[in-house]
Design a protein around this ligand. Structure first.
Ligand code: TXA
Ligand code: MG
Length: 323
């Protein structure tokens, strides 16, 4: 079925998208991590539409996407530490939570009452062109219903929102496949709120000091995306499985030898964590559609990018009633 809302990325498409955004509508667009559900970050009514469409709790703040570090300085205070990190990782899959400037033009709904805001300069060409043409900040969470798996293709977005969206810009599958790394920068500390493609080691190499892990008491999350159950398919998930049961399918990693009867998708046959991250959400979606009693997942090494992959898998496997 051809979806009327999906438009191939082009100059004409971006122009139309800017028009929709200016008039307070939502537009889904690709980034290098996952597809975003974008709205004009200065328009409260438009931001309210994001929360309604995603069924997202109002206490969960949004990421503001911008086209440059210079633009960021219109909205947030950037100390030297933040500037060093921006120089190193922007544009890219990297989000910084920074103190909001007074008299900023952002809608208050974005921050959920916090005095900080999350900002990111994406690298994906379509996202970048959209931001430049729009000429202002675009708030965008991942384009999925709250708690579900993040979308890495335009078709995933269409399957989440049906005809509710007027426009989904199709820029092909997302290169990275999992959401950006989120850190909070304080006066002299960097705190990891969500692991992602830019790893703790990548950050420590740049700042020559330790990155701290967020302390989460599970009640009032510092980064609400840290909710225990998240990215959750309908099918139950079992982690670290070497021998799947008869009625299970397998999400494999590496050179896995199992019986031919088991249905399997492999995140990366040669054990490449980058490929595994790029395939993760797409393969989870495919397996979720097949009505197996559960999805078994091979062990994934908990190093480098494997930490972000295991973080998402852990949330996908968490009991849903803990959310
Ligand atoms: O890769 C990404 O980051 C994608 C693409 C579209 O850019 N976006 C994304 O947005 O993953 P979302 O809304 O699904 O996740 C944003 C996370 C949430 O967990 C939210 O709680 C956290 O960022 N966040 C936003 N503002 C924050 C703040 N001021 N303090 C702490 N956490 C914040
Ligand atoms: Mg999300």
């Amino acid at each position: 079925m051809i979806n009327q809302q999906i438009y191939k990325a082009s100059e004409k498409t971006i122009k139309k998208a800017c028009g929709l955004l200016k008039s307070g509508e939502l537009v889904s667009f690709p980034t290098e991590t996952v597809y975003g559900l974008g709205a004009d970050a200065t328009n409260g009514l438009a931001i309210a539409k994001i929360f309604a469409a995603k069924n997202r709790p109002q206490f969960n703040p949004l990421i503001v996407h911008i086209s440059s570090q210079k633009e960021a300085q219109q909205y947030v205070k950037m100390n030297d530490l933040a500037k060093i990190l921006a120089d190193a990782f922007w544009p890219g899959p990297f989000t910084m939570v920074l103190p909001l400037l007074k008299n900023n033009p952002l809608s208050e709904l974005i921050t959920a009452g916090l005095d900080t805001v999350a900002v990111r300069v994406p690298k994906n060409t379509t996202a970048h062109n959209l931001l430049q043409q729009f000429g202002g900040p675009i708030a965008a969470p991942s384009a999925n219903i709250s708690g579900q798996i993040s979308p890495t293709t335009a078709q995933h977005v269409a399957s989440e929102f049906g005809h509710e969206l007027q426009m989904i810009i199709d820029g092909g599958p997302c290169e990275k496949g999992i959401e950006s790394t989120i850190i909070q920068v304080t006066k002299d500390q960097v705190i990891l709120l969500r692991p992602g493609n830019i790893t703790t080691q990548d950050i420590e190499k740049i700042i020559h000091r330790k990155v701290f892990m967020v302390k989460n008491d599970g009640h009032k999350p510092n980064s609400p995306g840290q909710l225990k159950s998240h990215y959750a398919p309908k099918t139950p998930i079992r982690l670290n499985i070497s021998e799947p049961k008869d009625d299970e399918c397998l999400l494999a990693f590496g050179d896995v030898q199992i019986s031919d009867d088991t249905y399997m998708l492999n995140l990366s046959e040669n054990g490449d964590l980058k490929d595994a991250a790029a395939n993760l959400f797409s393969m989870l979606r495919s397996l979720d559609k097949m009505n197996f009693s559960s999805i078994a997942v091979s062990p994934i090494p908990n190093i480098g990018l494997g930490i972000a992959i295991n973080d998402r898998l852990g949330r996908a496997a968490a009991p849903k009633d803990e959310n």
